[in-house]
Design a protein around this ligand. Structure first.
Ligand SMILES: Cc1cc2nc3c(=O)[nH]c(=O)nc-3n(C[C@H](O)[C@H](O)[C@H](O)COP(=O)(O)OP(=O)(O)OC[C@H]3O[C@@H](n4cnc5c(N)ncnc54)[C@H](O)[C@@H]3O)c2cc1C
Length: 402
């Protein structure tokens, strides 16, 4: 009804902005016009099909709410984000959200099977990958649904070469219209590739059919020691090749703060320091999750085989430990979390200034990027939250030497 009214001439100047949890960092759901709060009344989980591994929800459902409902079925919605206790599925779809674990699970778009949308003239549409014949039929429609399909198909067909040229080979596309994936690998037309990440600019998304996965019951964390922070970053590409769930790098500054804090006592066994070894100046925390112990050990073995092969080589790691079980693993993550907080209380007058956040960098470019930051001093944690190639840098404080 709202969308239908908005299409009337008398309301043509009224701007509508769908809103989920309102956690979008750019304030995307803010407007001088009318905010349509989807989370208020459209927050029902409509259907869970555990057998086929999918769920159908209204898009005002909060991510943690969905996972709480899926838990008794041994399932979960895999895309992760820090604001999971308030961000909605609609917001996640429209920002193509992802976070820790995306090395393995990808981003929200990778788990969207179908979307129900309402366009600005009130027309409704269920979008799923479609054949060319189906696309031609939709393009004949005399409403926004037809118009959007005509436009997107024309942009894609007329600019195919340019799109291939301009779009870098990203696995993590962030927000924006993902024109590069309008056609699936099977050649089907998939409007969901532009609806996901559209930041509410194309339609109200009212319902979503989502792929859900078995909860991984087994977890391991490999703690890798380096003599230099740069070395730990240089290793990113090789580590990514070993198929982890997530990777996080900690530099010497954050590490030394942790070592001076009481929290270190809870994890020091996992970072033994032999007098014959170099000082630890960088750490990679590499997490594996799996549905069985055998699958878990196979993942860990891929990484440790690589580490054993390069052990003590110049600019490589010089030791590692493996932690099994979520209780022990959470101690290491707690140390990391606390240590980053300790930065704010570092001794002296110099203070870290939040400078760049949420930057996506291919792992192979991360070390050169930091090197090229010249006289800047980079501290705190990096989270490699990526599919095979991409890295989401979560928290980066830069302090200039004055
Ligand atoms: C502290 C902090 C940490 C964060 N960490 C992460 C992270 O780890 N990973 C990550 O990806 N993001 C992260 N974010 C960003 C944010 O949480 C995500 O973008 C989240 O997906 C937004 O969800 P939301 O429900 O709050 O959406 P909102 O902020 O309400 O809206 C986001 C966009 O989606 C549109 N929208 C919302 N619902 C609908 C709908 N039903 N139909 C059409 N359009 C809609 C809005 O118009 C807006 O453009 C973080 C943000 C903060 C503040």
């Amino acid at each position: 009804m709202i969308a239908k009214l908005a299409s009337e001439a008398r309301f043509k100047d009224v701007v509508l902005a769908p809103r989920g949890g309102g956690t979008g960092t750019n304030g995307q759901s803010l407007t001088d016009g009318v905010v349509v709060d989807i989370s208020r009344h459209m927050n029902q989980i409509l259907e869970i099909n555990a057998e086929e591994g999918w769920v159908r929800v209204q898009t005002g459902v909060v991510k943690d709410q969905l996972n709480a409902a899926l838990k008794p079925h041994g399932l979960f919605f895999a895309p992760e984000l820090s604001t999971s206790n308030r961000a909605t599925i609609g917001g996640m779809i429209n920002t193509d959200a992802s976070g820790q674990g995306s090395c393995l699970y990808g981003k929200t778009r990778d788990h969207v099977l179908a979307l129900n949308s309402v366009f600005l003239d009130g027309s409704e549409w269920l979008s799923e990958p479609m054949t060319d014949a189906e696309l031609e039929a939709v393009k004949q429609r005399n409403d926004k649904v037809g118009e959007v399909h005509r436009l997107v198909d024309a942009i894609h067909s007329e600019n195919r070469a340019l799109i291939v040229d301009v779009f870098p080979p990203l696995n993590r596309c962030l927000t924006g219209y993902d024109l590069a994936h309008i056609r699936t690998e099977e050649g089907l037309f998939d409007l969901n590739s532009v609806l996901c990440g559209a930041e509410g600019s194309l339609a109200f998304i009212t319902e979503a059919k989502l792929n859900v996965l078995p909860i991984p019951e087994y977890a391991a964390l490999v703690n890798i020691k380096y003599a230099g922070f740069q070395d730990s970053l240089e290793d990113a590409k090789q580590i990514m090749g070993c198929g982890p769930t997530s990777v996080e790098t900690i530099d010497s500054k954050v590490l030394s703060l942790a070592m001076q804090d009481i929290v270190w006592q809870t994890v020091e066994d996992y970072f033994p320091q032999d007098a014959a070894e170099p000082e630890i100046k960088g750490i990679n925390l590499v997490e594996y999750t799996a549905a069985s112990q055998a699958e878990l050990e196979a993942g860990v073995a891929r990484l440790t085989a690589y580490l054993d092969e390069v052990n003590q080589q110049p600019a490589k790691s010089f030791g590692y430990s493996v932690v099994y079980g979520s209780a022990e693993i959470s101690k290491v993550w707690a140390m990391r979390k606390k240590a980053v907080g300790l930065l704010g209380n570092a001794k002296g007058q110099q203070r870290p200034i939040p400078f760049v956040e949420d930057t996506a960098v291919p792992p192979e470019n991360l070390a050169p990027l930091l090197q090229s930051s010249g006289r800047c001093w980079i501290s705190t944690g990096w989270r490699m939250a990526c599919l095979a190639m991409w890295m989401l840098v979560f928290c980066m404080c830069v302090r200039r030497w004055i």
